[in-house]
Structure formats: structure tokens, C-alpha cells
Write a protein that binds this ligand. Structure first.
Ligand code: BDP
Length: 326
């Protein structure tokens, strides 16, 4: 049959388009973060990862970050990632504690000696083992990001562990966190971060504990003025991809995703250092008092927490591996 010239042209175009469709298949991965600022270090780091991916795939793979908790609390985004309704979640390691036990390890109190030690330890093979440990539960651990050190903030200075006695302190939703704060003699109240401001204002809780950028970003300094440097945990952030989404990518694309995530870590750390300094200056300018603490008095209470949670040879080995990193 003779095909009229114009139709032949149409067919050629269609064939071109469909083969393009087969090859190109542009995809935008959706990523969640609860932090409010578009410049928050974790938010910009995932954006950077997306830029790297877009560059390396000629725009075929991209990431769109939904921050400000637009996709729900961390627990909700973890649930969505598990079923493949969301591709990526940047969450703290704490809400993963109940899902994959090895994430308990970097959450443990006074585990890391310094920020530098924490970074080197998380970059080690033991760090990678912890990242990989959530895969059977449906989470591909792509990277750890910095979350600095967490300290207690309250209406009064907390200079020794005795000052924490009886305080109602908000903690992340994790049994380990309840145990850490209970070991201090305080009463732990687990709740999502988004509820802490109102909790402090209404007196539902007396105190909370977090890094300075979260104390700043959620304006908690408006409710309580004393930020006491207990630095009791450096529980890092985790970048998780849905195993369901990950498995749909070609092996080459999976490798690109893993590499771009790892490469965004150095960028995040640099942004973290800058943000901490900015947030510290800001909260001080708003009247917050940053208090020095007898940290040893807190650390001395933590042996039962280690005994209760680091209760398998595997977990004990990981504690040792991280601590042994020079
Ligand atoms: C912040 C983390 C965030 C956690 C939050 C919390 O960046 O991922 O959800 O602490 O305490 O530092 O819940």
C-alpha cells in the first residue's frame, strides 16, 4: 500500500518519539524532609544530589525535594518509602531504630568522641554495614548526613544530670530515646518534632533536646531560653531510598544514585558547619543562653542503656568498630 507522504512523515515522527520514550523515560524522584528552611543543610544536600544525577543522565533522572514536612512526619514518610509511595526520605536515624536494629548503634549516647570522629566512623565499613542493614525492611540506605550533637534545652540551665531530674523532655519516637532520657532521671515524652513548639509553649513538656539548627529552625528559643551543652548523642541523619523505587532502576542508574548520594555528603557537612555557626549566632541574638555542662555526670548514667540496647554480639561488635575508628 502506498502511504501518502504526510502520513509517512507522521509515522517516522511517531516511531522516533516512541523510541525516544523507550530510551529517555525521564523520571523525577520525590524526596521528603521535615525541615522548614529551603537552605537547611539536608535539604540542599539532597538537591545537590539531584543536580549531580541530572547532569550525569542528561536530565533523565532528577530529584524534587518536598521539605517543610509537606509529605508528613518522618514516621509517615518512612511508611511511604517502605511501600514505594515515596522514593526518598531524609530522616534522622532515630525513627529507624525500631525498624532495623543496627541503626541503634550510631544513636547511642556519648558514642562518638567528636564531630570529626563521628564523620570518620560513619565513613568506615561499619558505617556502611549500618546503612545497608535496613535493606531487608525495604530501605536502601544511601548516606549518613550530619546532625551535629544534641543537647537539652529548657526554661532553666541544666548543668549536671541532677538538674534534669523530673523534667518532662520531648524525645524522638524511639524506645532507645526514652531510655536515654529516663537514665538521666527525666520523664521522656516521645512526639514528632513539629509538635514540640506548642508542647513547650503550653507546658505539655518542660524541655526538648536537639542540635542548634533545629532549636533555631523550629523557633524553640522563643519558648525556652537555656540551651545546655549536654551533647549526649550525635544521632546522624539518614538518606533512605525506597527499595521498590530503587529496584525499578537499571543497575547503571542504581550506581549513579548511590554515587551521587555519597558525593553529596561532603557538601552537606560543609553546609552543616556553616548552618551551626549561623544558628548559634541567631539564637544568642534572640536571647538564648548557651550553658556549659558537666557532661561526665550524664555519661556516667548511660551504662544501663548500653546493657539494654547493645544486647547482641553483632551490635556490640559495631559499637567497638565505630569506637575503634581513630
Ligand atoms: C532533627 C533532625 C530531624 C529529626 C529531629 C527530631 O534533623 O530529622 O526529626 O531532629 O528530633 O535534628 O525529631
Amino acid at each position: 500500500m502506498k502511504i501518502p507522504k504526510t502520513s509517512a512523515l507522521m509515522l517516522a515522527l511517531l516511531a522516533g518519539l516512541s523510541s525516544l520514550g523507550g530510551v529517555v523515560q525521564a523520571q523525577t524522584l520525590r524526596a521528603a524532609d521535615i525541615h522548614n528552611s529551603d537552605d537547611y543543610p539536608t535539604v540542599v544536600a539532597v538537591k545537590r544530589m539531584g543536580e549531580l544525577l541530572a547532569q550525569r543522565t542528561g536530565g533523565r533522572l532528577k530529584i524534587k525535594v518536598f521539605n517543610k514536612g509537606a509529605l508528613g512526619t518522618e514516621k509517615e514518610s518512612i511508611d511511604q518509602v517502605k511501600v514505594g509511595a515515596l522514593d526518598i526520605a531524609r530522616v534522622n536515624v532515630s525513627p529507624m531504630n525500631a525498624i532495623c536494629a543496627k541503626t541503634l548503634v550510631p544513636t547511642m549516647p556519648f558514642l562518638f568522641r567528636s564531630v570529626e570522629h563521628m564523620r570518620r566512623a560513619l565513613d568506615s565499613a561499619a558505617g556502611d554495614e549500618i546503612l545497608r542493614s535496613c535493606e531487608p525492611q525495604g530501605f536502601v540506605g544511601l548516606a549518613f548526613y550530619d546532625s551535629g550533637a544534641r543537647s537539652i534545652y529548657a526554661k532553666k540551665p541544666i548543668k549536671t544530670v541532677a538538674d534534669a531530674k523530673g523534667l518532662k523532655i520531648r524525645v524522638p519516637q524511639s524506645d532507645l530515646w526514652v531510655a536515654i532520657v529516663s537514665a538521666m532521671g527525666a520523664n521522656a515524652t516521645p512526639m514528632p518534632l513539629g509538635e514540640v513548639y506548642t508542647g513547650l509553649k503550653t507546658g505539655l513538656i518542660d524541655a526538648a533536646e536537639n542540635n542548634v539548627p533545629s532549636f533555631d529552625g523550629y523557633k524553640h528559643y522563643e519558648a525556652v531560653k537555656y540551651y545546655s551543652r549536654t551533647e549526649h548523642s550525635m544521632a546522624p541523619e539518614m538518606l533512605l531510598m525506597s527499595k521498590r523505587s530503587f529496584d525499578k532502576l537499571s543497575p547503571a542508574d542504581q550506581a549513579l544514585v548511590r554515587a551521587a548520594a555519597k558525593e553529596s555528603v561532603a557538601f552537606q557537612r560543609q553546609k552543616w558547619d556553616e548552618q551551626e555557626a549561623r544558628s548559634l549566632a541567631l539564637v544568642k541574638s534572640k536571647g538564648a543562653d548557651v550553658v556549659d555542662v558537666d557532661k561526665a555526670s550524664f555519661q556516667a548514667q548511660m551504662a544501663p542503656v548500653y546493657a539494654k540496647f547493645m544486647n547482641t554480639p553483632d551490635l556490640q561488635r559495631l559499637v567497638k568498630s565505630l569506637q575503634d575508628v581513630k
